[in-house]
Design a protein around this ligand. Structure first.
Ligand SMILES: C[S@@+](CC[C@H](N)C(=O)[O-])C[C@H]1O[C@@H](n2cnc3c(N)ncnc32)[C@H](O)[C@@H]1O
Length: 334
C-alpha cells in the first residue's frame, strides 16, 4: 500500500528516523520537510494512529505530473475501471498542489466526482463530514496522486503555549524510548512530553515544573489522576528529589528566554540547566532531546557541551510559526 503523510514543518529528518518504529519496512518514495510518501504492508488503521502525523492518506492512483486539469482527467480514467472502498456515505474532493488548495475547471472536477460516485457508491457533498479525496502534487515530486484522507479521531484541545501532540510525540520518539527508562521532563508545563511518553512502556515517568500547582488545574482529568506519572514542583536547576545519575532520558522545552522573566541571564540559565542535566543523567547511557528557541540554540549547545554532554544531531523546526531548534544528544558519542 502507498501512503502519503503530513507532519509538522521542519521535522522531516526526525520523522525519517522514527517512522520505522510505527510501520513495517517503509520504502520511502518521496520526502520533504513536512510530508512523506512511502510504501508499506502496514494496515491503514495503524498508519492513521501514528501520533506525530497531522494528516494521513492512502494513495489510490498516481500519474505523471503535468498541467493540473490533464492530470485530474487521467486520474479520473484510472478509477473508472475499478471499485473503490467506501468509509463514509458522502465525499468531497480537494486539489492540493505544492502546499496550496488550487481551483480546477468545474467540468474536470465534476468528471472526477462522477467517477468516484460510480466506483464507490458514495454521494458527493460540497462540505461537511464524510470522506475527502485529495488530488495532491508536491514540489519536486514528478507524480500527481489521488489520495483518500484517513478519518481520524479528533484530539483533545491543547493548553495555550503547549507543544502540539504531533511534535511532542516526535520528540519523544527521537529519544529512542526504552522500557527500562527513567524519563524526566524538568520544565514540563502542560505535560505534553510526559503525556506523549505514556504511549511507550517506561520504568518511571517524572514530570516537574515550578508552576505545577497552577498548571495542574488545566490538566485533563486522566492525566491529573494518572498513577503512571510522578509529579514534582521542583526547580529544574536543583531537582532535589532526583538522585545523581538516576535519569536515563530527558525530553524538555525550557523557557525560551523571549517572553518570560528568568532569574538570571539566558546563557547562565542554560548553563545551570545543563549542569543539572549532567548531575541527574546516567553517566553512560544518559540521553536528552531539548527544544529551544532558534536564537538560543548556539548558547544551549555551548552549555550542554560544557557540561559533559554531546550533541548528536540538530534539527530546525517551527513551533506555532516560531523558529526553534531541537538538540538531540547524550553522553559520549551519543
Ligand atoms: C516553555 S514552557 C514548557 C511547555 C511545555 N513543553 C508544554 O508543552 O506545555 C517552560 C516551563 O518551564 C517552567 N519553568 C520555568 N522555570 C523553571 C524552573 N527553574 N524549574 C522548573 N520549571 C520551570 C515554566 O513554569 C513553564 O511551564
Amino acid at each position: 500500500m502507498r501512503y502519503y503523510v503530513q507532519f509538522p514543518a521542519g521535522t522531516g529528518e526526525l520523522v525519517a528516523e522514527s517512522i520505522a518504529s510505527y510501520v513495517d519496512s517503509p520504502d520511502v518514495v518521496y520526502a520533504d520537510d513536512s510530508s512523506m510518501i512511502f510504501e508499506s504492508d502496514t494496515r491503514r488503521s495503524v498508519v492513521e494512529q501514528i501520533p506525530f502525523v497531522k494528516n494521513s492518506f492512502t494513495v489510490i492512483a498516481d500519474v505523471v505530473r503535468r498541467h493540473i486539469e490533464d492530470g485530474v482527467m487521467e486520474l479520473t480514467d484510472t478509477i473508472r475501471s475499478g471499485g473503490l472502498d467506501a468509509y463514509a456515505d458522502t465525499f468531497r474532493v480537494m486539489f492540493h498542489v505544492d502546499g496550496e488548495l488550487v481551483p480546477v475547471n468545474p467540468r474536470v472536477k465534476s468528471a472526477l466526482e462522477s467517477a468516484i460516485t460510480y466506483a464507490s457508491g458514495q454521494r458527493m457533498v460540497g462540505r461537511g463530514t464524510g470522506e475527502e479525496y485529495w488530488v495532491v502534487g508536491r514540489t519536486d515530486f514528478d507524480r500527481f496522486m489521488l489520495c483518500r484522507r484517513h478519518i481520524r479521531a479528533k484530539r483533545a484541545t491543547k493548553a495555550a503555549g503547549a507543544i502540539s501532540h504531533e511534535l511532542s510525540s516526535l520528540l519523544v520518539a527521537a529519544s529512542h524510548p526504552d522500557r527500562g527508562d527513567v524519563f524526566l521532563d524538568p520544565f514540563a508545563g502542560s505535560g505534553s512530553f510526559t503525556n506523549a511518553r505514556l504511549s511507550f512502556p517506561a520504568k518511571r515517568i517524572v514530570y516537574s515544573d515550578t508552576d505545577l500547582k497552577q498548571l495542574r488545574s488545566d490538566f485533563p482529568q486522566a492525566v491529573r489522576e494518572s498513577r503512571d506519572i510522578e509529579f514534582l514542583a521542583e526547580d529544574a536547576l536543583a531537582l532535589p528529589s532526583i538522585k545523581d545519575h538516576e535519569v536515563d532520558v530527558i525530553v524538555t522545552d525550557p523557557p525560551w528566554g523571549e517572553y518570560e522573566e528568568l532569574p538570571m541571564e539566558l546563557p547562565e540559565f542554560l548553563d545551570a540547566t545543563a549542569r543539572s542535566f549532567d548531575r541527574v543523567l546516567d553517566r553512560e547511557r544518559g540521553r536528552f532531546v531539548l527544544l529551544i528557541a532558534r536564537m538560543a540554540a548556539d548558547t544551549a549547545v555551548k552549555a550542554l557541551t560544557g557540561n559533559n554532554l554531546t550533541i548528536a544531531s540538530v534539527h530546525e523546526v517551527l513551533v506555532n510559526g516560531h523558529p526553534a531548534t531541537v538538540l538531540i544528544g547524550g553522553r559520549g558519542d551519543a
